[in-house]
Design a protein. Structure first.
Length: 384
């Protein structure tokens, strides 16, 4: 527009429209802020309600209440320009987002994510500190087979340097129902007697709630196997059993699922839980499972619970045990589980993957247990 000349009608209309647009946009900006502030206020109230419900053990989601709120909105307001469909959509989005923040707050309240869950020195399994400065070896045969077998192995394990816990299964979760299923109660007795004779703490698997009492009576630590990681009734029951728990990752479980399974145990008042990476199932067939070493530092970012690695079941072979053990310790594992047998050639289960005693001595001789642990674990407690 040339200076000094009056704007023509066309320009005046444009100017008017522009200033009206600016005013309307200012109004929209203000409404956005008011809406946001109302939504945030609503969010804070939602969280307060959720906390009250959680304290009573009630779930945050209430479908009936949600429908009631929607109906009253649809009945009350003049539904213009937004009609019932839009109003429903807008409020559904608010309800969904409200559930999301409840979930987030709920997770913050979970024990498994508490940084102070485990003392700096770890916690005791009988007299063995797990999750402290020194890695712990969980050693023993796949299964309890005979008193002589367990005694020979227990005697060997007791003579090794460092921290160790005797492992062996009495109740065996075998894939094939016609293979050795374990010596059951008799196996527990054999295991307990050998462990006592050699002053060892012992971990053994519990398969179901029906046999939990007898297993807990004989074991210093209860193992939940990979196949039972999702067995929520068993998790709740071991949470109440008063014994430390070794919780294995299911071979198709995400790390989040493993952490939530641990929460089931912790929620029962039992904080002495060790997580165990034992390989996941992939397309790879050269190892029995695929060892997911990233699980160790990733879990330690989320939880203070100790994390160990079961090399025998992950690899299903002995020839690469040494480098994988060093790698597991280097990423910060709090311990290793390795199957050891006095006569692997005669073992009733997993013979192919078990070290004989001489092989294990050579393996351990070449492993600098403390030195191999290059990285300092990440989270609170022992991981501080
Ligand atoms: C075991 O440790 O004896 C065992 C059966 O392992 P997993 O549950 O990891 O297969
Ligand atoms: Mn085994």
């Amino acid at each position: 527009m040339a200076s000094g000349r009056r704007p023509d009608r066309h320009s005046r209309r444009r100017l008017h429209t522009e200033s009206r647009l600016t005013a309307l946009r200012t109004e929209i900006d203000l409404l956005n802020e008011q809406l946001l502030s109302s939504i945030q206020k609503r969010g804070r109230i939602v969280l307060e309600i959720a906390a009250l419900k959680r304290a009573q053990g009630i779930d945050g989601y209430d479908a009936k209440r949600e429908e009631e709120m929607l109906q009253s909105l649809l009945n009350s307001a003049a539904l213009e320009p937004f009609g019932p469909a839009e109003v429903r959509e807008i409020f559904k989005a608010i309800f969904r987002a409200s559930l999301d923040i409840q979930d987030r707050e709920g997770r913050k309240a979970m024990r498994v994510f508490r940084p102070d869950l485990v003392p700096e020195s770890g916690f005791l399994v009988r007299d063995v500190p797990v999750g402290g400065k020194e890695p712990v070896l969980f050693l023993g045969p796949c299964s309890v087979e005979t008193p002589e077998q367990i005694d020979a192995i227990a005697s060997f394990v007791a003579g090794l340097p460092g921290l160790k816990i005797l492992r062996a299964g009495a109740f065996k979760p075998r894939t094939n129902p016609y293979t050795f299923q374990g010596l059951r109660e008799e196996g527990l007795r054999i295991l307990r007697e050998a462990a006592d004779r050699h002053g060892l703490a012992v971990v053994t698997e519990v398969l179901d709630t029906a046999t939990l009492d007898v297993v807990a009576e004989h074991a210093d630590m209860l193992q939940i196997g990979a196949r039972n990681m999702y067995n929520t009734e068993l998790l709740k029951a071991v949470g109440r059993a008063g014994k430390p728990v070794l919780l294995k990752r299911a071979f198709m479980a995400t790390l989040d699922e493993l952490l939530l399974s641990a929460e089931y145990i912790l929620a029962g008042g039992n904080d002495r839980v060790v997580l165990c990476e034992r390989g996941i199932r992939t397309f790879e067939r050269t190892t029995r499972f695929t060892l997911d070493l990233s699980a160790v530092p990733l879990l330690q970012q989320e939880t203070a619970l100790p994390v160990i690695v079961d090399l025998s079941h992950a690899l299903g072979r002995k020839d690469i045990m040494a480098p994988c053990a060093r790698a597991a310790l280097a990423v910060g594992a709090d311990g290793l589980m390795i199957e050891v047998h006095n006569r692997p050639d005669q073992a009733l289960s997993d013979g192919f993957q078990q070290f004989d005693l001489k092989e294990f001595s050579a393996f351990l001789g070449n492993l600098d247990l403390r030195g191999a642990r290059l990285s300092e674990p990440i989270m609170g407690g022992s991981h501080g």
